[in-house]
Write a protein that binds this ligand. Structure first.
Ligand SMILES: CSC[C@@H](O)[C@@H](O)C(=O)COP(=O)(O)O
Ligand SMILES: [Zn+2]
Length: 205
């Protein structure tokens, strides 16, 4: 087995600390992955607190989510990460968190949540102005990850390139990017807009 590059492991651990500092990964929630140059995926092992991922808390899987070391258990949601990597060849980092705004709004929304009128929309791909709008798919939660991934793919449809992420009802958010800094930036922008949406619903119920 080829050891994981230290830089990839450190990028994942640092992302976990940053997500924890923002309150996006309570308890053992959340998971983080990076596509490696050799095509493998480095992903958090299941059940660790993402603010305190140990040095051996990251492992390798293939693009179908199969662990390189069968003795280790990858994130329970590995199938959702690999689904993003399979669909978008340019994506190298996937983040999942359980923030209060993402979790709350996903319970209020129908099958999608539209963000419009925010300057920060420009942090998303192909949106050069605040006058744009982005509709995030909202999927019902499911403990059967293969079935959930099939519904994600259905929601993506043909126009997936412009979709920067999705929400899972009562659960959290998935976001991705061309590298870890890019994915973190998008998550931060998205979390900001979700927090604004939550505040707006309080002020204008
Ligand atoms: C704290 S329960 C959360 C889990 O069920 C899951 O949704 C999650 O985000 C973390 O699972 P993990 O297997 O550690 O990647
Ligand atoms: Zn989760």
């Amino acid at each position: 087995m080829t050891p994981l590059p230290g830089a990839a492991v450190e990028a994942i651990r640092a992302a976990g600390r940053r997500m924890d500092a923002r309150g996006w990964v309570p308890a053992t929630a959340g998971n983080i992955s990076l596509r490696l140059a050799d095509g493998r995926v480095a992903i958090t092992r299941s059940g660790f607190h993402k603010g305190f991922i140990p040095e051996d808390g990251v492992m390798a899987v293939d693009l179908d989510g199969r662990p390189e070391d069968a003795a280790l258990r990858p994130s329970a949601e590995t199938g959702l990460h690999c689904g993003v990597f399979r669909r978008f060849p340019e994506v190298r980092a996937v983040l999942h968190g359980h923030s209060v705004p993402a979790t709350t709004l996903s319970r209020l929304a129908g099958d999608g949540l539209t963000l419009a009128g925010y300057e920060l929309l420009k942090a998303f791909p192909g949106l050069p102005t605040h006058e744009a709008a982005v509709r995030l798919p909202v999927l019902d939660n499911d403990q059967d990850i293969a079935r959930l991934q099939a519904r994600v793919e259905h929601a993506w449809g043909a126009g997936a390139a412009a979709i920067p992420g999705y929400l899972i009802r009562g659960h959290g958010v998935y976001v991705w990017g061309a590298d870890m800094p890019g994915a973190l930036l998008r998550l931060e922008a998205l979390e900001f807009m979700l927090a604004c949406e939550l505040e707006l619903r309080r002020l204008r119920p």
